[in-house]
Design a protein around this ligand. Sequence first.
Ligand SMILES: [Zn+2]
Length: 78
Amino acid sequence: MIQTVELGTFLAFVGGLALVGLLGLQAWYDRRDALLSDHRRINSAFSCARCGLTYVRPRRREEATCPNCAWNNVRLKF
Ligand SMILES: [Zn+2]
């Protein structure tokens, strides 16, 4: 049972599918990029009160120990 379809209808269907696929991919990559850049952007900066070293730790956190002298410092707030 093969149903005949006009060429124009078939092309419109295939074109629509391709368009939906491309829009879906674009939305997916946009979301992925936003998540990745958020993850990279949210760092916490610290300045050691004991030895003066300035260092950065990934993610948002309030305290981190100094890699130089192991002093526990609070996050710098700008
Ligand atoms: Zn230190």
